[in-house]
Design a protein around this ligand. Structure first.
Ligand code: CAA
Ligand code: NAI
Length: 705
């Protein structure tokens, strides 16, 4: 019942001074669940009948207007009323309807607003059509109404990227009519409606606007660019077809076309993968320590080492509002670190991410690069990012132990080393943790929070709080060689090296993985990261290596020639002066051929399907071990690690989601057949065998964890 409805109803109707107020109240984000759609529909019907109300205002209660469809309903049969019908009925209203926006009006939320006759937004508000990032397209009129308001170019931009725009830009793009000051969307909506009543306004329908003639070349060029960028993801490309329909067809037919493309995408595996990624990114924050401990205060942080990682971490921390003191070995190194930080901040200014004034203020007031550890006496947290060498790390931690105040957190950014051993070298192992950032640290979203045997719960939750401040995604990992991400990387890199030795070329392998959706293949990535880093790791591990392990010498041969990748102009690829993309190198192929001959290997050919099967089987098998050992809490933690730190194509949902889709029995059969040639490397993980044999999936473990 509306009107006298209890406050818990998701849509409420009331009238004030001749203005109908339609409040959407469905915490946390006013998603358009069936109850909200039905409530809106009933409210609009009631408004039509209500002789007292001359205009209506739809607004959201709580932190936001409507943040879109209820994503939890995706993949299930949709219940009536359907959103496009509700929006069509809003647009058809004889009396005007105003949308008063605040927070984030996204997806179906913005589509509701586009169906309204007027739109007012608070200055802090944002709007967007993020559907393509979830594997679908705006299916409730967004692709038909947005171009009518903003023109084809803006619609193509916003819909194919899914990017959000602020109130001001929304105004420029004609998406909204008015930007209001203040914090209260209901009040802004009321005031705007009162003004409209004075002006004797009418129901002004977006759908009745003539979109103008189609610029066919514009669509052709967007199709080319978006297809290239999408790397196999369908939704942004299909969305262009829907937008084009706004120009080719009358509104009613355009809406039908949009809906049919929407329904097609809704049924796709890509949609399932992207929705899995969306919820997995939120679920990783659900860790055993959450709720049992409160984060420690974080305002002042120290960073030891201002090289590649230290400088990037410093910039991420500064952008997150923290004060940073960076310690280097000597004055020259400190000066170099300062210039590196300044350069990264300048890049931010150039890209429009930061104003010059803010950069200057950060450098003057929030950042110092010095050599004296005493400067860290009052730090809340210190992150060590010095060379990857246990002796150097221990020496640094001993100094930190001596100067830092009790309660300060001591973190290491090590990529592989034993966090427990580092912790044990201090008098306060409970305060020691691994914060494993990714390069470039001010850009990459992943932070592995590596929890040692003795790390206390409040230190763990502080890691998650830090990630939030830095706009990163934290994944909880246990201690082992490489934690989650680099341990997996080691496994699938080995599978790639084995294939090279057996006959595949690095270029074929890279091409197969790029076709799968990775931005780069593993050999191009090695060239980018620098082959010397992995070389040092191999030398470190050589003494303790299991004699059963198959070892491929190709990378060592390249390193012995001083070919460390992009930075030296040569690695697996040949880089012409200043080029970032390399060309296949016949000399590398000759080196590989010589290695094969020396080992008596007769090369055979690999097609891209086999390359993928081996690469993915190695990744999934190691991931299963990581979950089995408790290094990752759940399969979804592995997925988020690979998606946000290692370029795994998001629309495939991550390796564990992918494995479920392929079928664990298929993966297991592959592993068993590969194990016949090399049981040491390919023997299937127990968890994988158990799951496959009882018909289970990794997704079951996500639910039960
Ligand atoms: N449906 C269901 N649940 C949602 C949701 C949605 N659209 N959006 C957010 N949630 C849930 C989250 O899962 C989270 O739940 P838990 O607390 O249980 O983890 C909770 O709401 C809060 O979300 P966040 O932690 O993300 O909160 P935030 O303040 O950081 O961000 C937000 C808020 C910007 C709205 C962000 O949640 C977001 O981007 N949501 C998705 C918006 C979106 O993509 N909408 C389009 C949907 S598709 C569509 O509308 C097409 C159509 O069919 C009409
Ligand atoms: P880098 O060589 O670029 O920088 C290390 C810096 O530490 C140098 O500037 C050096 O002068 C300084 N330093 C060395 N000893 C010091 C000391 N005792 N006191 C103060 N400063 C000292 O190395 P990079 O790449 O930044 O790596 C740092 C750490 O981060 C390593 O543990 C590495 O494994 C890890 N890491 C590296 C990633 C990468 O992609 N480069 C990714 C994630 C982690």
């Amino acid at each position: 019942m509306l009107g006298g409805s209890p406050v818990t109803e998701p849509v409420r109707y009331s009238v004030e001074d001749g203005i109908a107020l339609i409040a959407v109240d469905n915490p946390p984000v006013n998603a358009l669940s069936q109850a909200v759609r039905a409530g809106l529909d009933a409210a609009i019907a009631r408004f039509a009948e209500d002789g007292e109300a001359r205009i209506a205002v739809i607004y959201g209660v709580g932190r936001t207007f409507i943040a879109g469809a209820d994503i939890r309903e995706f993949g299930k049969p949709m219940a009536e009323p359907f959103l496009p019908d509700v929006i069509n009925r809003i647009e058809a209203s004889e009396k005007p309807v105003v949308a008063a926006l605040h927070g984030t009006a996204l997806g179906g939320g913005l589509e509701v607003a586009l169906g309204c006759h007027y739109r007012v937004i608070l200055a802090s508000g944002r709007v967007g059509l993020p559907e393509v990032t979830l594997g679908i397209l705006p299916g409730a009129g967004g692709t038909q109404r947005l171009p009518r308001l903003s023109g084809a170019e803006a619609a193509l931009d916003l819909i194919t990227s899914g990017r959000q725009v602020g109130a001001q830009e929304a105004d420029w793009l004609n998406i909204v009519d008015y930007v209001a000051e203040g914090e209260d969307a209901r009040a802004a909506g009321l005031e705007f409606a009162r003004r409209l009543l004075v002006e004797e306004c009418r129901a002004r329908r977006t759908g009745e606007i003539d979109p103008g003639t189609k610029d066919a070349e514009l669509f052709t060029s967007w199709r080319e660019t978006v297809s290239r960028r999408a790397r196999g993801q369908l939704s942004p490309v299909v969305a262009i077809d829907a937008i084009e329909a706004a120009y080719d067809l009358p509104l009613a037919d355009g809406l039908v076309r949009e809906r049919s493309l929407f329904t097609e995408l809704m049924g796709s595996d890509q949609r399932a993968g992207l929705i899995h990624a969306f919820f997995a990114e939120r679920a990783v924050a659900k860790i055993p320590e959450a709720g049992t401990a409160t984060p420690r205060d974080l305002a002042r942080i120290g960073i030891i080492g201002g090289g590649t990682m230290g400088s990037g971490i410093a910039v991420a921390a500064l952008a997150g509002g923290l004060t940073v003191t960076l310690i280097e070995r000597d004055a020259d190194s400190a000066e170099r670190a300062r210039s590196l930080v300044e350069k990264l901040l300048n890049d931010g200014v150039r890209r429009g991410k930061m104003s010059e004034a803010r950069r200057d203020a950060l450098l003057a007031d929030a950042f110092a690069a010095v050599t004296d550890y005493e400067a860290l006496a009052s730090a809340d947290l210190v992150i060590e990012a010095v060379f990857e060498d246990m002796a150097v790390k221990k020496e640094v931690f001993a100094r930190l132990d001596a100067v830092c105040r009790p309660g300060a957190i001591l973190a290491t950014n090590t990529s592989y080393l034993d966090v427990d051993e580092i912790a044990a070298s201090t008098s306060r192992p409970a305060d020691v943790i691994g914060f494993h950032f990714f390069s470039p640290a001010h850009v990459m979203r992943l932070l592995e929070v590596v929890v040692g045997d003795k790390t206390s719960a409040d230190v763990v939750v502080t890691g998650f709080a830090l990630a939030k401040k830095l706009k990163k995604i934290a994944v909880r990992a246990g201690v082992c060689d490489g934690f989650i991400g680099n341990r997996l990387l080691n496994a699938y890199r080995k599978a790639a090296d084995y294939m090279v030795e057996d006959g595949a070329s690095p270029y074929e392998i890279d091409a197969a993985l790029v076709a799968f959706g990775f931005p780069m293949g593993p050999f191009a990535v090695s060239d980018l990261a620098g082959l010397d880093i992995a070389w040092a790791g191999r030398k470190r591990r050589a003494a303790t290596r299991d004699p059963r392990e198959r070892v491929v010498g190709v990378a060592d041969r390249l390193c012995e020639r001083g070919w460390f990748g992009q930075k030296t102009g040569r690695g697996y690829y040949l880089y012409e002066e200043g080029a970032r993309r390399g060309k296949p190198d016949p000399e590398v192929e000759a080196i590989i051929a010589a290695e094969r001959t020396e080992k008596g290997i007769v090369p055979r050919s690999f097609d891209s399907e086999e390359i993928l099967r081996r690469y993915m089987a190695a990744m999934i098998n190691e991931a299963a071990k990581i979950v089995e050992e408790g290094i990752a809490l759940r399969p979804l933690d592995v997925d988020v690690t690979m998606l946000s730190g290692y370029g795994f194509p998001r629309w495939r949902g991550g390796p564990m989601h992918y494995a479920d889709k392929v079928g664990l029995d298929t993966i297991l059969a592959d592993l068993r057949s590969f194990a016949e040639e090399d049981p040491y490397f390919w023997t299937p993980a127990r968890l994988l065998v158990d799951l496959a044999e009882r018909g289970g999936t990794f997704a079951d473990l996500n639910k039960s964890a």
